[in-house]
Design a protein around this ligand. Structure first.
Ligand code: PLP
Ligand code: COI
Length: 364
């Protein structure tokens, strides 16, 4: 570890009563804890000024490169409070590694895995009272590490001043309706990512590029858009913020193979590993939309679900496009396989089941 985080605890923390009212019904991404992490990288000094300080606005010059050229990356992870009060996170080394892969793609500086982990520990230890009880349900403290070009310069080149930060937000269900099957709009006009682009990096620009399709989805009464490959508009890739799995009657669970334009989700990789414990056969392959439709209509596909840190495992009910619609999973609470996978994953994350793979790291 090369960084040492100075701790500047604020004296005006949110009153406990206010905090507890937020924790009772956190929603997603609306409320933030009392502190944040910040550190600065410059071309001549490397990373320095690492600190945990009061949560508050950044002062950015209007010429800060991120505002013009979107040189920015982020991560999404969760801290869970177990029954004994201890606080844990899930596979943070995988997030640290992905953060560095994203940094490389966006020409941002690397951050050592140990410095990344330490930043999470420092923030969660200071704001530990903000971690909801995770022993029932899926409440957690969502952690958002991010890095952006803070140099004031309008020339197009990798920034020579970069800011790293972590904020934390108590989280319940990502979807406002709670756990019920979502409907997907098949985006025919918009691609999220293309060959050689940034689809497999977790950078803000990918999410900006998904929003026009998200508007189209909403206008058509759908919860999310599903993106197809940008070359043939034929193969299923992922949603704007989640990977996809299809559940087959014969015990296979199939997810689109990584093509370079799909984000390699840590939930996705974990489900592929967990599947074997659940007598399911994971498969990564290209899946055409037509195959999805035909196999859902013939009953070979019995369920489909989206997965990610924020969404955990969310069943998919229907797919719609200008050409019509088809059902891909049961109504109600979703299908039995998605439910079993969701429970297995949450049981490990929240300490209700033994962590036999060493996936958890203690934060506090
Ligand atoms: N795909 C996209 C585009 C995402 O934003 C996310 C969320 O982080 C995922 C997939 C799922 O990734 P993970 O399971 O690591 O959260
Ligand atoms: C996550 O699941 O952590 C994501 O980043 C998805 C979305 C909230 C952007």
């Amino acid at each position: 570890m090369s960084l040492s985080y100075a701790v500047h605890e604020r004296s005006d923390r949110r009153p406990a009563q206010e905090r507890d009212a937020i924790l009772a019904n956190p929603g997603f991404g609306k409320q933030f804890t009392d502190h944040m992490v910040r550190s600065t990288w410059t071309g001549d000094r490397g990373w320095h000024d690492a600190q945990v300080c009061a949560y508050g606005p950044f002062q950015l010059d209007p010429a800060a490169a991120v505002l013009h050229y979107a040189q920015e990356i982020f991560e999404g992870m969760k801290a869970y409070r177990h029954a004994d009060g201890s606080v844990w996170t899930f596979r943070p080394e995988a997030n640290a590694a992905r953060f560095n892969r994203s940094a490389q793609r966006l020409a941002l500086p690397p951050l050592e895995e140990a410095d990344f982990l330490e930043s999470l520990k420092q923030l969660v230890q200071l704001d530990v009272d903000w971690v909801p009880d995770s022993t029932s349900g899926e409440s957690s403290l969502y952690l958002r590490p991010f890095m952006f070009a803070s140099e004031s310069f309008l020339g197009v080149r990798p920034a020579q001043e970069v800011t790293y930060s972590v904020i934390a937000s108590p989280a319940g269900s990502y979807f406002t309706g709670g756990l019920k099957p979502i409907s997907l709009w098949i985006s025919e006009h918009f691609s999220r990512a293309g060959k050689g682009g940034t689809g497999d990096a977790k950078c803000g620009g990918n999410y900006a590029a998904s929003l026009a399709a998200q508007i189209e989805a909403s206008e058509n009464g759908c919860d999310q858009s599903v993106f197809l490959d940008s070359v043939e508009q034929k193969y299923v890739e992922e949603l704007g913020g989640m990977n996809v799995f299809l559940v087959y009657q014969d015990g296979r669970i199939v997810t689109p193979a990584l093509t370079g334009s799909i984000l390699e989700g840590i939930t996705r990789s974990s489900i592929i590993e967990l599947a074997k414990d659940l007598d399911l056969r994971p498969e990564e392959k290209r899946i055409s939309l037509e195959e999805w439709r035909a196999d859902a209509e013939s009953g070979q596909i019995t369920e489909a679900f989206a997965c990610g840190t924020a969404a955990v495992v969310t069943p998919i009910g229907r797919l719609l496009s200008t050409k019509g619609e088809f059902r891909t999973g049961p109504e109600g609470d979703g299908g039995p396989v998605a439910t079993r996978i969701r429970e297995s994953l949450l049981d490990i994350q929240t300490g209700r089941a033994e962590d036999t793979r060493g996936w958890l790291t203690r934060l506090a």
